[in-house]
Design a protein around this ligand. Structure first.
Ligand code: HEC
Length: 107
């Protein structure tokens, strides 16, 4: 594994936050389209796990998010704490991800 597998700013972030760069199998790309699942796989799953199960403990679980859609949107756009900002996603892409996060919620 080389650091080339990690992408620009995320290298520092994930090295600091997780020390888990070497486990990345996908890179953040300028994702095409608004396929929420594909976007999630590309941008989110490495931290939040498949279907929001969370990879690195409770902090990253997305199955009990107590935020409004507007707040989720804001988190994706601006990041928070150790979560990077995804400000390169289009509005439509962000909306698709917000809806996907909604669909992860436990009843
Ligand atoms: C580098 C790891 C990382 C990546 C990649 C990442 N996140 Fe996060 N995410 C976090 C961390 C850490 C938190 C907790 C931040 C905090 O509140 O301090 C978080 C918090 C969140 C929250 C708020 C959860 C709550 O219950 O308050 C949402 C929603 C979220 N992320 C969605 C996403 C989406 C959607 C993506 C993909 C576009 C994504 N994240 C990519 C690490 C990541």
């Amino acid at each position: 594994m080389t650091t080339a597998l990690c992408h620009t700013g995320l290298v520092t972030l994930c090295a600091l936050a997780l020390g888990a760069c070497a486990t990345h199998t996908t890179m953040e790309t300028a994702a095409a389209g608004t396929d929420a699942t594909a976007l999630y796989q590309q941008n989110c799953a490495r931290c939040h796990g498949e279907r929001g199960g969370g990879k690195f403990g409770l902090l990253m679980k997305l199955t009990q998010v107590d935020l409004t859609e507007e707040q989720i949107r804001e988190r994706i756009r601006n990041g928070r704490g150790r979560m990077p900002a995804f400000d390169r996603l289009s509005d439509a892409q962000t909306t698709a991800l917000v809806q996907l996060v909604d669909s992860f919620q436990d009843p």
